[in-house]
Write a protein that binds this ligand. Structure first.
Ligand code: RP5
Length: 167
């Protein structure tokens, strides 16, 4: 787990436990692909609630622009961080053994009106990274151009699968 760059981080990738990192790493990898500076931290809603509140409250002033928050089970981290900041928070439900991540998903997605969390599919931290890039790209032409290239590559790869089927 690391901080990606010399420039200050624009995206905070936080998780309830280091056991979430194998999932959240996919978000960090996307941010690296797109050259977006980020930081990765363990910030637990239950084990270090005061640290979590401080992280959320200071995020904007520290220059962060998006927070990706992943947790599993009683996954309160994304929603609780969202309650401490007006930055967009993207929640990643981490797959669990007992309930296969349905517990994480429901804990993250069912936010009360007024405090949204943009929730991706169970375990899909790659989409969280991409959504963070898309949010930043609203005000960044270079990033938007990279996203167009990325989507064009996805389309090419998808069409190539037809060729391998003999279509
Ligand atoms: C949650 O509890 C974490 O987000 C993690 O998904 C889960 C288990 O944490 P560990 O017991 O592996 O530290 O708070």
């Amino acid at each position: 787990m690391a901080t990606s760059t010399k420039a200050g981080p624009l995206v905070g990738v936080i998780m309830g436990s280091d056991s979430d990192w194998p999932t959240l790493r996919a978000a960090a990898e996307v941010l690296e692909e797109f050259g977006v500076p980020y930081e990765a931290r363990v910030v637990s809603a239950h084990r270090t609630p005061l640290d979590m509140a401080r992280y959320g409250r200071r995020a904007e002033a520290r220059g962060l622009r998006v927070i990706i928050a992943g947790a599993g089970g009683a996954a309160h981290l994304p929603g609780m961080v969202a309650s401490h900041t007006v930055l967009p928070v993207i929640g990643v439900p981490v797959m669990t053994q007992a309930l296969h991540g349905l517990d994480s998903l429901l804990s993250i997605v069912q936010m009360p009106a007024g405090v949204p969390v943009a929730t991706v599919a169970i375990g899909n931290a790659r989409n969280a990274g991409l959504l963070a890039v898309q949010i930043l790209a609203v005000e960044d032409d270079r990033l938007r151009a990279r996203l167009h290239d990325y989507r064009a590559r996805l389309a090419r790869e998808s069409r190539a699968k037809n060729r391998s089927l003999g279509a």
